[in-house]
Design a protein around this ligand. Structure first.
Ligand code: XIL
Length: 389
């Protein structure tokens, strides 16, 4: 597992570039692409190329119908190195009735990721919010019966995708949406304390190679929620839960903030526990009408990405959707619509937010190339084995 060191998806590509003596503009795009990325000219790079060199993942969420051939899928495969099924692996999709499982949507999204050499953040096994829990699960009052259904669910679904996905959001949103206590959900109400640690252990047993994550909403802006989440994660680790990483959703309420120093310290609070941390569901809504807000939005995206890049062990930035046309926020009823919270507009054109994310990634690549190698060995240097390929 990753607890001994952070997994760096781009290391192989960087190592290959070094072995072959490539300097300056390094061709980083996976096979099949003609573009050469020069971070000094960010327009020549995709987000994915830059993230690869930084050894982090840049991800997006998608639905099964969005990975069908077309411009949406093209954008996904070109720009992103990680894919999060937006709804395809949730309990209500995979296990809609007792003992009934449906993997059609999950297979479509995971299959697309595999074909496009993307990693999969499998999302999610137990979403601890009644709003999103199937009625048949919410109707169970007996602790033993609910524990059996939970065990069947996680073992069946995680087992089905073992070897195909790199990480699981095992528990999603354990805390109240706008509070600091445990959420008022059937799982917390009916199951005994310790149930979350048991779920992590069950998933580890059925898919020993997947990283196991816990994912939470609103820690970046709900007062006291970050501290409550740190305490919860500490408790779970103390109880023996095999957790590799902590996902922070970062659905921002507006273009204000976050403060880079304060937010990166929040990320560090988790890496200090020996865990990876990631931004897993980034979106930043703006008011309808006018283009000025697009520039404020771009700066807010820059601050979020810069916060992650400032923290070794922040290994992923995933946006919650690709184009403004498909954002979940327009259907949420919380913000005036259209909310336009993502990196591409309705016509797949890159927005200022895209340019700013690309720019901050490119700056980080240039800084890394100028400085000492981040992953350099610290011990005595020995001769590299002969390359016999
Ligand atoms: C949202 C999806 O985007 C919607 O399509 C669905 O109707 C509800 O869920 N936190 C999460 C995500 O962990 O799974 C949610 O996704 C957004 C909030």
């Amino acid at each position: 597992m990753s607890s001994g060191g952070f997994r760096r998806v781009g290391v192989v590509g960087v190592a290959a570039a070094l072995v072959f003596g490539v300097v300056g503009a390094v061709p980083l795009r996976p096979a099949g692409a003609a573009v050469v990325c020069d971070p000094a000219v960010p327009e020549t790079c995709t987000l994915r190329q830059l993230a690869d060199e930084l050894g982090i993942r840049i991800g997006a969420s998608a639905e099964a119908d969005e990975v069908e051939p077309g411009p949406y899928a093209d954008t996904l495969g070109r720009e992103f190195s990680s894919l999060t099924p937006e709804n395809a692996l949730k309990w209500y999709t995979t296990n809609p009735a007792p003992g009934v499982f449906d993997f059609d949507d999950g297979d479509a999204v995971v299959g697309f990721a595999t074909t496009n050499a993307m990693e999969v953040r499998a999302h999610t096994l137990v979403w601890t919010q009644d709003t999103y829990t199937p009625d048949w699960v919410k109707a169970v009052n007996d602790p033993d019966e609910l524990a059996q259904w939970v065990a069947q669910h996680v073992v069946t679904v995680a087992g089905r995708y073992a070897g195909q996905v790199q990480r699981w959001d095992v528990i999603n949103e354990p805390l109240a949406t706008a509070g600091t206590a445990l959420s008022d959900s059937v799982f917390h109400r009916v199951l005994p304390p310790g149930w979350m640690a048991s779920v992590f252990s069950a998933v580890r047993a059925v898919d020993p190679d997947a990283e196991l994550w816990i994912n939470e909403y609103g820690t970046d802006w709900v007062p006291g929620k970050h501290e409550a989440f740190v305490a919860l994660v500490r408790d779970l680790l103390a109880a023996g839960a095999p957790i590799d990483g902590v996902g922070l959703q970062v659905h921002r309420p507006s273009v204000d903030g976050p403060d880079v120093a304060a937010f990166s310290q929040q990320l560090r609070d988790f890496t200090d526990l020996g865990l990876e941390v990631a931004i897993t569901e980034l979106d930043i809504p703006i008011p309808p009408g006018g283009d000025a807000a697009l520039l404020d939005q771009a700066q807010a995206y820059r601050r979020v990405v810069a916060s992650c890049l400032a923290v070794p062990g922040c290994t992923e930035i995933t946006v919650w959707g690709v184009t403004d046309a498909n954002t979940w926020l327009d259907g949420l009823g919380v913000f005036p619509t259209p909310t336009r919270p993502l990196l591409f507009d309705d016509g797949f054109a890159a927005k200022p937010a895209y340019d700013e994310v690309r720019a901050v990634l490119a700056e980080a690549v240039l800084a890394r190339r100028a400085g000492p190698p981040v992953d350099a060995p610290t011990g005595p240097v020995t001769a590299a084995p002969a390359f016999t390929g």
